[in-house]
Design a binder for this molecule. Structure first.
Ligand code: F6R
Length: 602
């Protein structure tokens, strides 16, 4: 979580950092801050910092507001958009942070696990802190190291050596035209435009600066980069210089504008008219190769978090049903419990929209330490997961800006379905199924459908809770549906396997309690209808998601009959419902409270 951006070059640095941070807002949106080097317009080094820190989102901030606060143009700036971990959401806690004499400024992403111990040491030496963050120890550590280090980069390197836990930060000195960039487990990428007007961008993800340059240099873990007129990389532990090359990125995330929509969420839901077709446009040879790996692996683990974790679970059902192949789905944060079953014949399929989720990266580390081969399903090119995996698939959903995942989810489901068919030796059958599902989704997503669901949202907006039931392929989708309702409109929503209700949760059903029944036209149909009946008999209000209407439904959301692609089509009406509930309840559909899109802390 948290987005970092920095710039050094001939442009107005604070303005560039502002625009880059706007693209990183999905990583955290509690508060933001920018520090520019005053006096850094000419060739002489700057002498002090101009600072702006504000609570709230950076998205709506314009350059004239920034200029008024920051003052004259500068050539060097660093900035941050925050998702609070240590310390509440206040301007004081917003980054960048400074040392006692305001010589150094730091913007940081991650968690410093030993910060209390380090802070005690600094306090004992007389350092004065002005925030409750773990980050603030970094500028103070640099200040301390600067008393003996030969130069600023060396002081930053000494300070970084002391930090435990996964983090990344950028640091500037008020008296030098230099940026120090440190990566220790959290992402930071450098964009370059070399030549007469050389300029450098630093960001937590390449999307932030892709509109300025598509040439990047990757910083690896435990490395320090020092940027001034050029860039040099060093190992943090040895101080030795590390050779790097410039990589050209020929990938674009697609448009990241709301267009005619009020929110990214509804725009991205509607984009599923196209994204499914893009997701299944995969290289046959690669799909078949990975299918062979799954067939021959001695244990396959699908690993992800949150929504991606539910996709993994759906994968378990898809592989069982389509390929008659057992795979394990495991929530990434629990993966270490399975390490005793891992060998060099095991396969891991890591599923992640961002490719930066800390829990998944840690699971990959665990897997790799046992010689496991790792294949990732990703939506963000150039992400850490892409670089640490043995191979990867892009699910091609395009930039997903709303924190609530929608089009990336269905794209992941589509690629997994394709893989299951390929594993069954029926790739073409799978493709046909998904092409038909994609066309059916295109038809389904029309204004009348949206209006029908908006009306349902009007009925549900007054309710405090909703239950969702599904069976078979659609049991994981019931769980995913609950996540959608929780994060958009803060409703207590819970998903269950239909058969589980009578083992406890049925006691919660009262007159009018909403229950969404996901009823696929498959072997689970009659059982899930019976479960819906059980709820209705206790006063429940049944919302049926199904290709056919049924007398048990009080409200019917029609979906196409998509066969084994039913998980893909069945989640879409819930996504739309979640969107309308958010709007009706005055919640921000794009930025749910307390969440961030890229969860880079454990
Ligand atoms: C929910 C949602 C999250 C993510 C989870 C993993 O709508 O988006 O639950 O699925 O944080 O993120 P990625 O897929 O980036 O690893």
């Amino acid at each position: 979580m948290c987005g970092i951006s920095a710039y050094i070059g001939k442009k107005d640095a604070a303005g560039v950092v502002l625009e880059c941070l706007k693209k990183l807002e999905y990583r955290g949106y509690d508060s933001w801050g920018i520090v520019a080097l005053r006096g850094s317009t000419g060739s002489s080094p700057g002498s002090s910092f101009s600072v702006i820190k504000r609570i709230g989102k950076i998205g709506g901030v314009n350059s004239s507001y920034l200029k008024e606060a920051i003052g004259e143009d500068s050539r060097i700036a660093i900035g941050h958009t925050r998702w609070a971990t240590h310390g509440g959401v206040t301007e004081q806690n917003a980054h960048p942070h400074f040392d006692c004499k305001k010589q150094f400024a730091v913007a940081h992403n991650g968690i410093i696990e030993n910060y209390q111990e380090l802070k005690e040491g600094l306090l004992a030496k007389g350092h004065i802190f002005s925030s409750q963050t773990d980050t603030e120890i970094i500028p103070h550590l640099i200040e301390e190291a600067a008393t003996t280090a030969k130069d600023f980069p060396e002081a930053v390197r000494e300070a970084s050596k002391l930090l435990k836990g996964k983090s990344a930060f950028v640091a500037v000195s008020a008296s030098l035209s230099q940026i120090a960039v440190v990566r220790k487990g959290s992402p930071l990428i450098i964009g370059v435009n070399e030549g007469d007007n050389s300029e450098f961008y630093v960001a937590s993800d390449i999307n932030a600066f892709l509109e300025y340059t598509n040439k990047v240099m990757y910083l690896d873990d435990n490395e320090l980069a020092v940027i001034d007129g050029g860039v040099k990389f060093f190992s943090i532990s040895t101080g030795n210089e590390v050779a790097k090359r410039v990589v050209q990125i020929d990938w674009h995330p697609g448009t990241a504008h709301k267009g005619s929509y009020n929110h990214f969420l509804i725009k991205e839901i509607m984009e599923q008219k196209d994204t499914l077709a893009k997701a299944i446009n995969q290289d046959d040879v690669k799909i078949l190769t990975v299918a062979e790996l799954i067939k021959s692996a001695f244990g396959t683990f699908f690993v992800g978090c949150g929504t991606a974790g539910k996709v993994c679970m759906a994968g378990e059902y898809l592989f069982s049903k389509i390929a008659r192949k057992h795979v394990n789905s495991v929530v990434a944060s629990e993966f270490s419990n399975y390490q005793h079953y891992l060998t060099n014949k095991t396969l891991m399929v890591a599923i992640s929209q961002s490719g930066e989720t800390a829990d998944v990266l840690e699971a990959i580390d665990t897997a790799k330490s046992k010689g496991v081969k790792v294949i990732s399903l990703l939506n963000v090119f150039g992400s850490t997961m892409m670089r640490v995996s043995d191979d990867f698939f892009m699910v091609n959903a395009g930039a997903e800006r709303a924190v609530v995942s929608t089009k990336a989810t269905t794209a992941q489901l589509a690629v997994l379905t394709l893989l299951a068919y390929a594993t069954a030796g029926k790739l073409q059958e799978g493709k046909l199924l998904l092409i038909n599902a994609s066309a059916a989704v295109n038809d389904m997503l029309n204004p009348r459908y949206d209006e029908h669901i908006r009306k349902l949202a009007g009925l549900l907006a007054v309710r405090k809770e909703t239950f969702i039931i599904g069976r078979g392929l659609n049991y994981p989708i019931a769980l995913e549906a609950a996540i959608k309702l929780q994060e958009t409109c803060y409703m207590h929503a819970q998903g269950f396997a239909g058969g589980e209700l009578k083992h406890g949760p049925l006691a919660l059903i009262e007159e009018g309690t909403p229950c969404i029944a996901i009823v696929a036209n498959d072997e689970t149909k009659s059982d899930i209808i019976s479960n819906a009946m059980e709820v209705k008999s206790r006063g429940g209000f049944i919302i049926g998601i199904s290709p056919q209407n049924n007398e048990v439904f009080d409200y019917w959301l029609r979906v196409p009959d998509a066969g084994n692609a039913s998980p893909i089509v069945n989640i879409i009406p819930v996504q739309i419902l979640a969107y309308h509930l958010a709007v009706l309840k005055g919640c921000d559909p794009d930025y749910p409270r307390n969440l961030a899109k890229s969860v880079t802390v454990k």
